[in-house]
Design a protein around this ligand. Structure first.
Ligand SMILES: NC(=O)c1ccc[n+]([C@@H]2O[C@H](COP(=O)([O-])OP(=O)(O)OC[C@H]3O[C@@H](n4cnc5c(N)ncnc54)[C@H](O)[C@@H]3O)[C@@H](O)[C@H]2O)c1
Length: 371
């Protein structure tokens, strides 16, 4: 900790996603952005100014070596997440990593081993689990209003053919591999709606190729990739990730079925999230607006801290994510997305990539708790 008793943060990938943590860090008195790192030397001074950082680095290893840090936030392209997290954990620094946790099962295993050896806490920044509708559904599940949850769907439909050419790492790590490459935004909230569950097996299947990149090459990722997930207690989850099809974005698309309730998120902007609860609806033809349940079911912890949360944007989600990370570091409570929850969200997508190569064969998803 710094002399002022603030947690010194280092943000890597500060010229991109890393900078988006600014408002939440500003709202939290316990943290100070001490150092920033980005390989793009031109972007670095602007990022340092924006984030109020005292130190700037173009080399991540040098930042870890020289800077007095307590924790790092990793906002670099996907292939750097696991190696950069491991390097920080080896120095007993706390890590908040962007999604996904890693790009192969093997490096995920190395990350788990590093995390178990480290005194640093690992948390994955799966921010869709912090979106208000998803938090309200989680609370409804927690209070038993869905009964037993056993089926869910999550869709991430975000056409990024142009963005692919700007942030070129996406061409490889998101659209350059077949199968579900970016599934944690869809699976993450669903896993929290199925408490105690884990995906034990997946089958990956795709819709074929209908688009080419500007160089005329076929994308390795099929346009729509589905991942069917068999859950530990027999339930089923369907994830669809599509980053290529021409269509409006719909990246927060969810459905949940329980014995006593069901939820269907809005399919497009302007529509409402709707919910049916056996205990609240007079018949099966009546839906409720999820938003009308907000006062009753947004968790007290959110209500108590909402003034700071809302000031930092995104309905409070970014703020509560960083707050969970800091509270875990300070030993107040466990992080909700520690190393094993991060693996539960990341590994099924990686195994779906192996399954789709092998004729959609059902494949077991390893349990990181046994690593
Ligand atoms: N959670 C979300 O909602 C969300 C949204 C967007 C992006 N992301 C994730 O955040 C990550 C970054 O995405 P982005 O859109 O900001 O990408 P980006 O390409 O815009 O930014 C990445 C930044 O990292 C820097 N960088 C690259 N390699 C580096 C290295 N080895 N060391 C230090 N800096 C390095 C780049 O110069 C750039 O400034 C990705 O993993 C992406 O999946 C998450």
């Amino acid at each position: 900790m710094s002399p002022m008793d603030k947690l010194n943060l280092g943000i890597v990938g500060a010229g991109g996603r890393g900078a988006s943590f600014k408002a939440a860090c500003d709202a939290l008195k316990q943290v100070s952005v001490h150092a920033v790192c980005d390989i793009n030397a031109d972007a670095l001074p602007g990022a340092a100014k924006l984030l109020g950082a005292r130190e700037q680095y173009t080399d991540y290893g040098e930042m870890l070596e020289k800077s007095e840090l307590d924790a790092v936030i990793i906002g670099t392209p996907m292939k750097f997440h696991a190696p950069q997290a491991i390097a920080a954990l080896e120095r007993n620094l706390h890590v908040l990593s962007e999604v996904t946790a890693g790009v192969s099962v093997e490096e995920c295993r190395e990350l788990v081993v590093a995390s178990k050896r480290s005194r640093g806490i690992y948390m994955m920044a799966e921010n869709y689990t912090y979106m208000q509708p998803n938090v309200i559904v989680r609370e409804l599940v927690r209070r038993g209003l869905f009964g037993t949850t056993y089926y869910a769907e999550g869709k991430y439909l975000h056409e990024l053919k142009e963005l692919n050419e700007v942030t070129v790492w996406r061409r490889k790590w998101q659209t350059g591999i077949n199968g579900v490459t970016y599934g944690t935004h869809s699976l993450g909230p669903i896993l929290q709606w199925m408490p105690g569950e884990r995906v034990v097996a997946v089958s990956g299947v795709g819709s074929g190729h209908h688009y080419r990149d500007p160089r005329g090459a076929e994308y390795e990722n099929e346009d729509s990739c589905l991942m069917l997930c068999k859950m530990a207690s027999g339930g089923l989850v369907k994830i669809r990730v599509d980053m290529l099809s021409n269509r409006p974005d719909a990246s927060t698309n969810y459905q949940l079925q329980g014995t006593d309730g069901c939820y269907e998120s809005a399919r497009a902007w302007g529509e409402k999230d709707r919910i049916w609860l056996r205990s609240r609806c007079k018949d099966t033809g009546t839906w409720l607006n999820l938003d009308d349940l907000k006062d009753e079911f947004l968790p007290d912890f959110w209500k108590e801290n909402m003034a700071s949360g809302e000031a930092s944007g995104h309905g409070g989600g970014d703020y509560f994510e960083i707050l969970d990370f800091v509270d875990a570091i300070e030993g107040k409570r466990l992080t909700p997305i520690g190393i094993h929850e991060a693996m539960d969200m990341t590994l099924p997508g990686l195994v779906s990539q192996l399954s789709i190569q092998d004729g959609s064969r059902w494949m077991d998803v390893p349990d990181s708790r046994k690593w």
